[in-house]
Ligand binder design. Structure first.
Ligand SMILES: [Zn+2]
Length: 479
């Protein structure tokens, strides 16, 4: 075993903020840093919090006297963030405007047409997405490893495991109607192959399963996923109650989703044994949520009973605010009920969903990360070659800012959604996304704030972060 190299590091900043209790201006963070190595613009290392808060408080720690000091003037420290739901293997498609005329089914068609099936191309897309996460101050992800030619595939998982990202790569499957039998074999085969494959050493990434959604996976095939995941300790995620098309299909057995299945030759009348019974999507999968812990993504439509079901089954929700805006779902369902969910005790995490529904950017923030990631992954071909040339950051900070400004949320609450609740949704330790004394943490982010524009005393640093547009700088990534 090589000797662990440990140093004490002190960061002095304009302020420090997390979702627990660390809120100080000015603020300092005292870390025990072990086995540090350079990774792009950041340092990759074991990170243990010794003290966090006001400089006077940090001074009192016995190790403070021998700390190396780094000053970050004009910047506020926050924990590294969690993007709890995205599709990195779609990054090469780039941002696209929503076509209202073709609706959600038109979007599905775009994804089907442009999804890669070649492992090298999938890897390039996933690594590009990973670079954009790190550029957005995100170190943990709930990524969906899309099916390849309809079959579950761990190509995206294998690519993502080469990056320093934490989190879960949820392998997605579709299984309804005429494809159920084949899907069953494919899922079994995937699980068997995966059991025999080697996990890359040092990876913080786990594999999980994602039955796609209630309109594409039958209850029996959800149950199969639950069974497989339970035997292996894999986490589970599913899209749930996302669109009006899903609501109509599950409740009435009608609409564009049924037409789609008929067109694909997948419709069978026995599907009506499960759907078309007036249930909401959450009601439809209630027993499944009770049988295993899922993270439910979107939940754009939720009745009071649905919220009760999610609370009783301890199902965390991943809300993707900008995706909901992009698909104009609030015009059909009204405002998202994440506030009611939180009041019912449901953790609500944040996700960006895929790059397709995000706005394009002008500055290529991801460039230094792209280089570091491709080098580490040993990829010769630049990960950016297939991409849109726009530097769309995939940061939950932009989701937080959207909610803070639209709904006048408390800054610390919204920071919790993008850090601790994200960890809860992915089965990670929430304390790894705080500055709690003694915690081994997943990373440190600095954000410059405009002190002149928001000078008044009532603007706390957390408010200045949420009101501003400065990009997050990922300084440290936890090993
Ligand atoms: Zn999704």
């Amino acid at each position: 075993m090589p000797q662990r190299t440990t140093t004490i590091l002190r960061l002095n900043a304009l302020g420090i903020e997390d979702a627990l209790a660390a809120s100080a201006s000015p603020g300092s963070l005292l870390l025990e840093v072990s086995d540090a190595e350079a990774f792009g613009p950041a340092t990759l290392a074991g990170l243990k919090v010794l003290a966090a808060g006001s400089p006077a408080l940090v001074d009192r720690h016995p190790a403070a006297a021998r700390a190396q000091v780094r000053n970050l003037e004009g910047k506020v420290l926050i924990p590294a963030m969690v993007n709890a739901h995205t599709h990195l293997d779609l990054t090469h498609i780039g941002p696209r405007p929503f076509d209202r005329a073709s609706g959600f089914m038109g979007f599905v068609q775009t994804v089907r047409e442009h999804r890669h099936s070649d492992a090298g191309a999938i890897e390039a897309s996933v690594l590009e997405g990973a670079a954009r996460l790190l550029a957005g101050g995100v170190v943990a992800v709930g990524d969906i490893a899309g099916a390849v030619k309809g079959k579950p595939s761990d190509a995206a998982h294998r690519s993502l495991a080469k990056t320093p990202l934490w989190g879960v790569s949820f392998v997605e499957y579709f299984a309804i109607g005429a494809m159920e039998r084949a899907a069953c074999d494919w899922i079994e085969q995937f699980a068997g192959d995966f059991d025999n494959a080697e996990t890359p050493p040092g990876s913080r990434l786990r594999v999980g399963l994602q039955p796609h959604a209630p309109n594409t996976v039958s209850p029996a095939m959800y149950a199969m996923g639950v069974d497989l995941a339970r035997r292996r300790g894999w986490p589970l995620m599913t899209h749930l109650s996302e669109t009006a098309e899903e609501l109509e299909f599950v409740g009435q057995g009608l609409g564009p989703q049924r037409a789609f299945l008929e067109r694909m030759g997948l419709w069978e009348d026995r599907i009506l044994e499960d759907i078309g019974r007036g249930r909401t999507p959450v009601g439809h999968v209630g027993a499944i949520l009770d049988a295993a812990r899922f993270a439910a993504v979107h939940v754009n439509y939720a009745t009071d009973t649905d919220i009760e079901t999610l609370a009783l089954t301890e199902t965390p929700v991943v809300y993707c605010p900008r995706a909901s805006i992009y698909f104009e779902v609030d015009q059909q369902f009204g405002p998202h009920r994440y506030g009611d969910m939180m009041r019912a005790g449901i953790p609500v995490a944040l996700g960006t969903d895929s790059v397709i529904n995000l706005p394009g950017g002008k500055v290529d923030w991801a460039a230094p990360w792209r280089e570091a990631i491709t080098k580490r992954a040993g990829v010769v071909k630049g990960a950016s070659e297939d991409t849109d040339g726009q530097a769309t950051a995939m940061s939950v900070l932009d989701e937080m800012r959207t909610l803070y400004r639209r709904d006048a949320l408390d800054g610390a609450v919204v920071l919790g959604m993008g850090t601790m609740d994200g960890a809860r949704a992915l089965g990670l330790d929430p304390l790894a996304f705080t500055f709690k004394r003694g915690a081994s943490i997943a990373g440190v982010v600095a954000i410059e704030v405009d002190q002149k524009r928001w000078a008044a005393e009532h603007w706390r640093n957390i408010d200045r972060i949420m009101l501003g547009s400065e990009r997050p700088e990922l300084l440290y990534i936890g090993k």
